[in-house]
Design a protein around this ligand. Structure first.
Ligand SMILES: Nc1ncnc2c1ncn2[C@@H]1O[C@H](COP(=O)(O)OP(=O)(O)OP(=O)(O)O)[C@@H](O)[C@H]1O
Ligand SMILES: [Mg+2]
Length: 253
């Protein structure tokens, strides 16, 4: 079997005395679309942020492609680790609920910014790639617009194009459609389905159970900082094994 794209082992995280993640592990095969679901405050965002070291776990190890970082509990975070985290993040695209586009830059500039500054690529080389990414997410013709002139769904698709511009091995999304009306959310979800068809590896924290059920290969149910259950999406929704998963799914009816 091919090597997993991302392998997170025994991730723990506390904020002060509050243990938010207890020993969470997740191994992701290339091309998988994984949804992470669970009640508010259970640690979904914290776990996702740990996967690219936006949040430094207290302990555990994470490997993405050829970059592995281990953190022992009680050990500080040193420059060498931060340097490696930088290398790891280059393989990971992140999309937030609130889009986080640069307001004073055009959509095209937003997409070109990271390849230009991080990878030092020439404008000439990246502009056609950036325009192609905008076409892929359905924003052709909007390259010169400013974020404020786009709908929320369009802004989120621009944010996806911006993340894709770094040619990530895996895309992480934290509630990418929560700020959107259903029809705008659907445009964003459609882009994610297309990326899935093209073989992109994606991990999505979502409250959209319909999308999680229909589009994911695998769903993780998280409660109190633990992965309670993980399984093929249809199985997890139609025949959850753990009583906690059953209880959570019942509350959504
Ligand atoms: N920077 C922080 N400092 C202190 N506590 C935090 C911090 N970030 C998160 N927490 C706490 O950690 C717990 C998990 O938060 P997290 O945001 O990961 O939950 P979530 O599952 O994403 O919830 P939601 O569905 O509401 O987004 C919560 O109790 C939260 O208050
Ligand atoms: Mg969250």
């Amino acid at each position: 079997m091919a090597e997993p794209v991302l392998d997170a082992k025994n991730i723990t995280k506390s904020f002060g005395r509050h243990v938010v993640l207890h020993d969470m592990s997740l191994c992701v095969e290339r091309g998988e679309l994984i949804s992470i679901i669970g009640p508010s405050g259970c640690g979904k965002s914290t776990f996702l942020r740990c996967l690219n070291f936006l949040e430094i776990p207290d302990s555990g190890s994470i490997r993405v492609e050829d970059v592995e970082i281990q953190k022992a509990s009680g050990q500080g975070w040193n420059r060498a680790q931060e340097h490696r985290a930088h290398a790891l993040r280059a393989h990971v695209g992140m999309v937030f609920q609130s889009f986080n586009l640069f307001a004073h830059r055009t959509v095209l500039d937003n997409v070109m910014l990271a390849p230009r500054s991080v990878k030092g690529q020439a404008h000439k080389e990246i502009e056609p790639q950036a325009r192609a990414l905008l076409a892929k997410v359905g924003l052709d013709g909007m390259a010169e617009r400013y974020p404020a002139t786009l709908s929320g769904g369009q802004q989120q698709r621009a944010a996806i194009a911006r993340a894709l511009a770094m040619k990530p091995a895996v895309m992480l999304y934290d509630e990418p459609t929560s700020a959107l009306d259903p029809e705008l959310a659907e445009e964003v979800l459609q882009v994610m389905r297309t990326l899935d068809d093209e073989g992109m590896t994606q991990i999505v924290v979502t409250h959209d159970m319909r999308f999680a059920r229909a589009a994911s290969d695998r769903v993780l149910y998280v409660e109190k900082g633990q992965i309670v259950e993980s399984g093929e999406s249809e199985t997890l929704f139609s025949a959850p094994e753990d009583p906690r998963t059953r209880r959570f799914l019942r509350t959504l009816l």
